[in-house]
Design a protein around this ligand. Structure first.
Ligand code: ADP
Ligand code: ASP
Ligand code: MG
Length: 498
């Protein structure tokens, strides 16, 4: 059994959708497939916007129409290959969903607020509509296909909008299914249900994680994440135009990379597939023939010490300091516990060796909750000035270097800081995990692109660029220009560009 996940961009319109179905079909000829689908691109964003619009006393119908349009266009364009009966059926499902959304939004309007559990129910419906369409498309292509309902199979633990799946409880539920009945199973991503049966989401971009959990629950032979780029690059290809494709990553490298901001994989994705040692391929649905990136525990063949550079934006750094910190046992644990109680995860932490201060970063969205939690925890210390008022700094980003090979190599940090210095990027804080698999610097967010580009140039670009200024082109100057011209090709061969 193979698990194949398709993201929103791979399902954005009928042409893409059919291409995804063809990719599934090709695999299904070889083996049984379970496919996990996102909502078509824009749908989840529009569903979120729809709730916010209603809360801001906007027009429900107008907001709903935007979402409906995406599916109506999909069904209309599907007419070339989908039987009329199937399309009518899908339209009925959409009509029922629109009625359900409308009812929920009316409730939201009346209440003047939207509880997270209702928001979760509204959001996950996009993936359900994707899955329903895919089942019809596959059946139409002559493959037996059926739906897997994540609300019945995945036990979500956490908050309504940010849950993880309890695999130990969920996996036995699959044993009760008659999996042989269909060649292809289709599951909506992003979705689970709590112990009370209420729908929860696995966090934004969470369908990657759904696929990983499904692969673990089915003991799949492999998991494929189909997206809109050829695989994992050594940095975000939107930030650095000549980012290089990586053929291979270890589970740990992929985990660090996604954790430190590479959007191509949701940060929670790697843990289940690493636990069950399932190889994972990142592949391009726009270019299915490309080999993609393999994430596995196979020995590294790339020979690279630093594999990749990532950036995690929208960070706020807290600094807790004061004379009361010195030698006080349990300060760090009290800080971390109060953040955990606020259900916020810390992205980076450093402590000065004088023990005078502890600094850490969290997502800016979570910063107010963290501030409140710390002020509660340290009320007495703050009042008695054992602690200084909490310092908070916004608009920061974490730039990280990632690679298993960094462990055995000296001088990587020095090159990292030199690259940042050359790009005039001020380092606000640094942290290196004891695994030595990643090293991170906190920088101003407005400098992120600069920082990433400079590091990419410093670590991966073998090309040396020389700027030569010639003042006056007399005999000697002209001679020099001629020589440079003659030697251009030879210098290029030695990776020197003038
Ligand atoms: P999907 O809709 O398939 O889930 P996403 O937009 O969530 O796709 O993720 C794919 C995007 O991740 C790519 O288009 C790319 O811009 C971005 N990305 C960020 N960092 C990387 C990286 N290191 N390698 C590849 N893609 C990356
Ligand atoms: N549709 C969800 C989102 O946009 C989940 C996903 O696509 O992974 O966040
Ligand atoms: Mg994604």
């Amino acid at each position: 059994m193979k698990v194949m996940k398709f993201g929103g961009t791979s399902l954005a319109n009928w042409q893409r959708f059919e291409m995804a179905a063809e990719i599934v079909l090709t695999s299904a000829r070889e083996e049984q497939v379970a496919t996990v689908l996102s909502a078509p691109a824009t749908v989840t964003n529009n569903l979120l916007a729809m709730v916010n619009m209603v809360l801001a006393k906007g027009d429900v119908d107008e907001a709903l129409a935007k979402v409906a349009e995406v599916f109506e266009a999909l069904y209309a364009d599907a007419s070339v290959s989908l039987a009329e009966e199937a399309r009518q059926q899908l339209k009925k499902v959409l009509a029922r969903q629109l009625a359900s959304w409308r009812a929920k939004l009316a409730g939201v309007q009346l209440l003047g607020e939207c509880p997270d559990s209702v928001r979760a129910e509204i959001l996950v419906a996009g993936e359900r509509l994707s899955a329903a369409l895919m089942v019809e498309v596959l059946k139409n292509k002559g493959v037996s296909a059926g739906l897997l309902d994540p609300r019945e199979l995945f036990l979500g633990v956490g908050t309504p909008l940010e849950s993880v799946v309890d695999i130990a409880v969920s996996k036995p539920r699959f044993a009760l299914l008659k999996l042989d009945e269909q060649r292809v199973w289709v599951m909506p991503g992003f979705t689970a249900a709590g112990a009370d049966g209420k729908v929860v989401t696995l966090g934004r971009n969470g369908s990657d994680y759904s696929a990983a959990v499904l692969a673990a629950c089915l003991d799949a032979d492999s998991c494929e994440i189909w997206t809109d780029v050829d695989g994992v690059y050594n940095t975000d290809p939107r930030v650095v135009a000549d980012a290089k494709l990586l053929s291979q990553l270890s589970y740990q490298e992929a985990m660090e990379l996604s954790y430190f901001g590479a959007k191509v994989l949701h940060p929670k994705t790697i843990s289940p597939i690493a636990q069950f040692q399932i190889p994972c391929y990142i592949k391009n649905s726009f270019n299915p023939k490309a080999p993609g990136t393999l994430v596995s525990n196979l020995p590294d063949q790339t020979g690279l010490q630093v594999k990749a550079i990532s950036n995690l934006d929208n960070q706020t750094m807290f600094n807790v300091s004061g004379p009361g910190m010195k030698g006080m046992v349990g300060m760090a644990s009290r800080i971390l516990e109060s953040i955990a109680r606020a259900k916020v995860s810390v992205s980076l932490i450093t402590q000065s060796s004088s023990e005078y201060s502890i600094s850490f970063c969290v997502a800016t969205l979570d910063a107010p909750r963290v501030k409140w939690a710390l002020e509660q925890e340290f009320e007495l210390e703050l009042k008695s000035e054992l602690l200084e008022p909490l310092e908070m700094r916004d608009q920061l980003a974490i730039v990280s270097l990632i690679g298993d090979g960094m462990r055995t190599h000296k001088g990587v940090a020095a090159r990292f800081f030199q690259a940042l210095a050359q790009a005039s990027v001020n380092i606000i804080a640094i942290a290196q995990g004891s695994s030595e698999r990643s090293i991170s610097a906190v920088v101003e967010q407005r400098k992120t692109r600069h920082a990433v580009a400079a590091c990419h140039q410093g670590f991966f670009d073998v090309q040396q660029y020389l700027d030569v200024f010639l003042v006056g082109a007399g005999n000697i100057g002209t001679g020099l220009l001629e020589q440079i011209k003659q030697q251009e090709a030879m210098l290029k061969g030695q990776h020197i560009s003038i």
